[in-house]
Write a new protein. Structure first.
Length: 335
């Protein structure tokens, strides 16, 4: 059995995991920095990088210990690490640590694209997941519709042309004084609001690309006209608009590629309204719907390990000169 140590430090979570080639998660440790960034209303890259420096070694040590190993005797066959996209300072901390471990333990190094990690997250919990499927990858930095034809075989169908959905959540939450991160705050508040209180636009441009910048501006203009409106009603109206657009575009993609399943991925996949709408849309279309657990929605190293094992199995290892790429694109065909 092949076991891999995976490290994820693309943004503000320091994570490490040990995963087997049978997609068994032996350990998964995530240290969040939310408290460090909350007072700033968003992630501060320099603070994130410094926190990773402090947290990486203890997080890795805990992940190895939970999997029956240690820093001196790791009990793994390779080291996988996120090399992009993400914050350059954060990426460099994880990549430097992974290189040092691979060198010290004389193990192969496997660089993993963070976006591909999210695509493998579904397989960790649903190894029997049918393909082709359409994965709606929604986070603070990315909103993408991807046709997954199988592990390592992808087609990008559409993406955001401006703000990602998660970014729009954070900006609207900041405007409403709800703090950071904005997604959970709006989701919780929206449950008590009226989603029809504001008439907000749904950007249904042709094709499968998405846009949320105009919606954010529309929320601000609407509140300026109705300053006494309940914040819960604003949150509910905004969330309903986002979910309507995401699900409409996702189901358009499902029909286009004759997908057998709809899959959610990324931090916004934890949103209760989006999850409920995805399940219902898939039911109506007569296809499967794969919702990640809360642990697999947020950034974690287990998904990086799963993607790393696939690359390792296909001989796709990397030299110690591997560079971090903050703007890395998803490779469409591997193996």
């Amino acid at each position: 059995m092949t076991r891999i140590l995976a490290i994820e430090t693309s943004c503000d979570e320091t994570a490490a995991a040990v995963v087997t080639d049978e997609l068994e998660v032996c350990s998964s440790v995530v240290s969040s920095q939310i408290d460090l960034h909350a007072s700033f209303g968003g992630v501060v890259p320099e603070i994130a990088g410094r926190a990773h420096v402090e947290l990486l070694e203890p997080v890795v040590a805990e992940a190895l210990e939970l999997a029956g190993g240690s820093i001196r005797s790791p009990g793994v066959d390779a080291v996988a690490v996120t090399c992009g996209p993400g914050l350059i300072g954060s990426l460099l901390v994880g990549l430097s640590g992974a290189k040092a471990m691979a060198l010290a333990w004389d193990l192969p190094l496997v660089g993993v694209n963070h976006l591909e990690g999210h695509l493998f997250a579904a397989l960790l919990e649903r190894p029997e997941l049918a393909s082709p499927n359409v994965t709606l990858l929604v986070s603070g930095g990315h909103t993408m519709l991807i046709c997954v034809e199988g592990p390592g075989r992808y087609r990008l169908l559409g993406g955001t042309i401006d703000d990602a959905a998660g970014e729009a959540y954070d900006k609207v939450a900041r405007y409403l004084g709800l703090g950071y991160p904005g997604g959970p705050a709006i989701d919780q508040l929206a449950a008590t609001g009226d989603p029809r209180a504001l008439s907000l636009p749904r950007s249904m441009r042709e094709g499968l690309d998405l846009s949320f910048s105009g919606l954010k501006t529309a929320v601000i203009r609407a509140v300026e006209k109705r300053p006494d409106i309940e914040v819960a009603d604003v949150a509910a109206s905004f969330q309903a608009a986002v979910v309507d657009v995401l699900i409409a575009k996702a189901m358009r993609a499902v029909a286009m590629v004759d997908a057998r399943a709809l899959v959610l991925g990324g931090g916004v996949a934890a949103n209760s309204a989006l999850r409920a709408a995805a399940v219902e849309a898939a039911r109506v279309a007569g296809i499967d719907c794969a919702l990640p657990s809360m642990a697999m929605c947020t950034d974690n190293a287990a998904m990086i390990g799963a993607a790393g094992l696939f690359r390792l199995r296909h001989g796709l290892t990397d030299p110690l000169s591997l560079a971090a790429d903050p703007s890395a694109q998803l490779e469409m065909a591997l193996g």
